[in-house]
Design a protein around this ligand. Structure first.
Ligand code: SR1
Ligand code: MG
Length: 396
């Protein structure tokens, strides 16, 4: 099927049997393009009173067409959404219809929600997001790990979620290119010398490649693998995680670290967004508190699931539990560092920082974020509590 346009997206939905039960008058449907993501074509299609989102997987990334991607990623995303819905329905997007031959999903339109990244740029405080995301990560990760799944069942699931092309993309963009001179990398020009120093730092690269190897080989649980504030839609009451097309069996700390890293990126970006020092300090305090609550919720819920839902716990050791949770924390710091570096000096940046108009302020935000990344990366093996992780974030 050809790439949809605003005209053909409305015609497409009008032709679906689903449209005749969902909409009062499908003949009134019209569509507008949504251009926030990097990967898929997305349209809002509505009749004036109700709407859906139409998401089409093309054989390339729509924002970066030079990246060729398998359209079957939409099949994986659809399956992953079903798994997430089983373990954490409150945070999972509802799919109304999946057109498998054309790799098009028709999903609920979260038009009462905002992309979390956009909300954070405006310094909106979300009172429930830490509890929602902490719970989402704990449940989706625990129930797809070896701690819960029977050994054979987990091994049988792994080939289905091999997802080699999407994984290779992240191996390159997150774990390789930002630490070497590469044509894809970009940053604010005044930071030239500082970026060259990163390329010259083989100790940094060695730590990053340790994480890259762990990312590629440590099949702990079915991870979202692109869990950032652009993959979350929310409001004061509700939080939904979207876009799990990168899912594969990987390290649990990756989802946690990626999410926390994007909060750090916004913390750094407030350098250029907050109108006063007081407002900047106030929002940064909220970010740090929310990061703490996210981890505390994750830890408590993960342990609760382990305690309550393992009929035959094959890992009965309190010391192992404690060690395992500490390893997630240290991994989260390492994978979080990779996410920060790649969003500041790699290919795919975040609008939090890129929308800062003044060059010097943007450069400062890049350096604040990467300084946290450096400390997380190089000190992570000493972290035993979330406060150890957060103490590396706070600047005065
Ligand atoms: C070429 S795709 C760039 C990025 O967009 C997605 O959100 C993934 O994180 C990917 O690395
Ligand atoms: Mg995405």
């Amino acid at each position: 099927m050809e790439a949809l346009t605003s005209t053909t997206a409305a015609t497409y939905v009008r032709g679906l049997p689903f449209a005749h039960t969902f909409f009062t008058d499908p003949s009134q449907l019209s569509a507008t393009a949504i251009t926030e993501g990097n990967i898929n074509l997305i349209f809002r299609v509505g009749d004036g009173s109700k709407s859906v989102l139409v998401k089409q997987a093309l054989p390339y990334s729509w924002r970066y067409p030079e990246f060729k991607l398998p359209v079957e990623r939409a099949d994986l995303e659809y399956e992953m959404l079903q798994i997430e819905a089983r373990h954490c329905p409150g945070q999972t997007l509802r799919v109304y219809f999946y057109d498998q031959p054309n790799h098009i999903q028709v999903v609920e339109d979260l038009n009462q929600h905002l992309v979390m990244r956009a909300g954070m740029i405006r310094r909106i405080k979300y009172p429930l997001v830490a509890r929602h995301i902490g719970t989402f990560m704990a449940r989706t990760l625990f129930y797809t790990s070896d701690l819960f799944l029977p050994s054979a069942e987990k091994k049988a699931m792994q080939p289905r979620f091999m997802n080699p092309v999407m994984r290779k993309l992240q191996e390159d963009l997150v774990f390789t290119q930002p630490y070497l001179p590469h044509a894809n990398n970009r940053w604010t020009k005044v930071n030239d010398g500082w970026v060259q120093a990163i390329y010259a730092d083989d100790a940094l690269r060695a730590e990053m490649f340790t994480l890259k190897e762990r990312y590629m080989t440590h099949a702990q649980a079915l991870i979202h693998n692109d869990l950032h504030s652009g993959s979350i839609m929310l409001n004061e009451h509700e939080t939904k995680v979207i876009d799990p097309e990168f899912a594969f069996f990987g390290p649990i700390g990756h989802d946690i670290g990626s999410y926390l890293a994007n909060l750090v990126l916004n913390y750094a970006a407030q350098e250029g967004h907050a109108p006063t020092n007081a407002e900047r300090a106030d929002y940064r305090s909220w970010i740090v508190a929310s990061m703490r609550e996210t981890w505390m919720t994750f830890e408590a819920e993960f342990l609760r699931c382990w305690e309550c839902d393992c009929l035959h716990d094959e890992w009965p050791s309190p010391m192992f539990r404690q060690r395992h949770l500490r390893q997630f924390l240290q991994d989260a710091a390492g994978f979080g560092a990779a996410e920060i570096y790649r969003r500041a000096i790699g290919l795919a940046h975040v609008v939090d920082i890129d929308s800062i108009a003044d060059d010097m302020t943007r450069a400062q935000a890049e350096r604040i974020a990467c300084d946290v990344a450096y400390r997380w990366l190089m000190r992570r093996s000493s972290f035993t509590t979330i406060d150890d992780v957060l103490s590396q974030v706070i600047i005065n």
